[in-house]
Design a protein around this ligand. Structure first.
Ligand code: ZN
Ligand code: ZN
Ligand code: ZN
Length: 381
């Protein structure tokens, strides 16, 4: 499970949230949904700026297609809510009240014939209690409404992704500059070091810090452990966190001492493949086209069998979200889609390498969130 910041989303002014709610209502109207119910997870902070802790006490945004949105919230949590009058009303409930009945009364007040969209991460206990209180309702998944909206990042979100990317870039620069000791330390120690640096560069939460040396780098999601890093090895570092509600994710590799010919050759291919993937990330290109562009370069160089995963994943409030850059995903990129481009070459038992940037598709072309040196930086140790 990745950690999530409980800090409000950026641009936490009423206009941003009012606009997001209006776009959600429009999608609800188009899809014939009368009410959307959102509980723990990231859809609610996306629409309100309020990030509910995953408690046994119910927090629920009741969003009717017409009429006022209402945040049902435990009274003791209410002081944490940045209430935005005109965007949503507050319905705090006390310890002896029934928040599910309160939610049901808000739903029935808004309409009679009901199609209700339920947030994907609402706890089953609340839905099981709620359904008998809404007889005759039909249910849909709220992702059908909110997924396409959350995929298209607005200006405030792109600014937050940029800031998080720049902070991750500063840690990558420290790695490239030799400021992070590698030789003689364990992967786990380096991982902790990188995590601390992400925090001191402004991240609120570290979501992961993969450090994989030598043959361990051939495992894309290697868990850094007690293996000691030696001279003569490649070290893959893939790290990211959450800053003001939005995620960073970057991969860079360094080589400790002179680079053997086979690694240098493969890295040149990888760098070309990543650049080709980024260049392909233009509005209108299907997601699978980004994967294809990167993969073609690796295939043509004869390393195709060593590129064993999709090229990228969407990113935003979640470290992994739609859209995915994978063969079979024909969704055309739209302005505001944000995602990773991260091809890799992995030779089991020997070495591995990956190069990753976050990119936002814009009408002016691909806009990278990362600018750290893309070379296999040699650290002379
Ligand atoms: Zn991954
Ligand atoms: Zn990554
Ligand atoms: Zn990634």
């Amino acid at each position: 499970m990745s950690g999530h910041s409980i800090v409000s989303a950026p641009g936490a002014d009423a206009a941003v949230f009012a606009d997001r709610i209006e776009r959600t209502r429009r999608a609800m109207r188009e899809q014939g949904i009368d009410v959307t119910l959102l509980s723990v997870g990231l859809d609610m902070p996306y629409l309100t700026g309020y990030h509910a802790m995953p408690l046994e006490r119910l927090t629920m945004l009741v969003l009717p297609v017409d009429g006022d949105a209402t945040l049902v919230v435990p009274r003791l949590e209410a002081p944490r809510v940045n209430h935005l009058p005109g965007v949503f009303d507050m319905a705090p409930w006390g310890e002896t009240e029934d928040p599910v009945a309160l939610t049901a009364s808000l739903v029935t007040a808004s309409s009679s014939a009901r199609t209700v969209a339920i947030g994907d991460t609402m706890w089953a206990r609340f839905l099981v209690d709620l359904m008998p209180l809404l007889p005759g309702s039909t249910y849909r998944r709220a992702v059908e409404v909110l997924g396409p909206i959350r995929m298209r990042k607005d200006a405030a979100e792109i600014a937050a992704l940029k800031a998080a990317g720049a902070a991750a870039d500063r840690v990558a620069a420290q790695l490239h500059g030799g400021e992070i000791d590698l030789v003689g330390r364990t992967e786990a120690q380096v991982s902790a070091d990188i995590s601390a640096r992400l925090l001191s560069e402004g991240h609120d939460v570290v979501n992961f810090a993969i450090v994989a040396a030598g043959e361990n780098a051939a495992s894309p999601h290697h868990h850094p452990g007690s293996r000691v890093i030696h001279r003569g090895e490649i070290v893959l570092c893939d790290f990211g966190g959450t800053m003001n509600g939005y995620c960073s994710d970057i991969t860079r590799c360094v080589h400790l001492g002179p680079v053997p010919g086979d690694i240098a050759e493969a890295y040149a291919v990888l760098k070309d493949a990543e650049a080709a993937g980024v260049r392909a990330a233009t509005v209108g290109t299907p997601c699978e086209g980004v994967d294809r562009a990167a993969r073609d370069v690796i295939d043509a160089a004869g390393f195709g069998e060593y590129f064993i995963h999709r090229t990228g994943h969407g990113i935003g409030m979640d470290a992994h979200e739609d859209p995915y850059m994978v063969s079979g995903n024909t969704l055309p990129l739209e302005a505001g889609h944000a995602f990773s481009v991260e091809p890799g070459i992995y030779v089991a038992g020997k070495w591995g390498m990956r190069l990753e940037d976050i990119v936002v598709a814009t009408i002016d072309g691909p806009d990278p969130m990362n600018h750290a040196n893309h070379d296999l930086v040699v650290l002379d140790v």
